[in-house]
Design a binder for this molecule. Structure first.
Ligand code: ZN
Length: 88
């Protein structure tokens, strides 16, 4: 494999790993609440902060998955595991 192909493989891997991707939860496709886009960048957010305990959400503890809309930037939070929809 040439150096150029190795670099391209690395780039393809990073895009595959870091998105953007489409997601499902409980077999329902996730769409942006604002613009109905289906592609998101995935992230993680801590839930066990003092503020979250104050509002009674420390049952969730640990982390939430965040999805940032690729088009409008709206962020949605999920405490359940999401499934990535394979890109075609
Ligand atoms: Zn959006």
């Amino acid at each position: 494999m040439s150096l150029r192909n190795k670099i391209q493989s690395g780039i393809d891997y990073l895009i595959m790993k870091n998105g953007p991707h489409r997601y499902e939860i409980n077999e329902h496709r996730i769409t942006c609440n604002q613009c109905k886009n289906e592609f998101f960048h995935e992230g993680q957010a801590q839930l066990n902060t003092a503020g979250m305990s104050f509002v009674g959400l420390d049952w969730a503890n640990k982390t939430a998955t965040t999805l940032a809309c690729l088009d409008c930037g709206h962020i949605m939070w999920f405490v359940k595991t999401l499934q990535k929809v394979p890109n075609r």
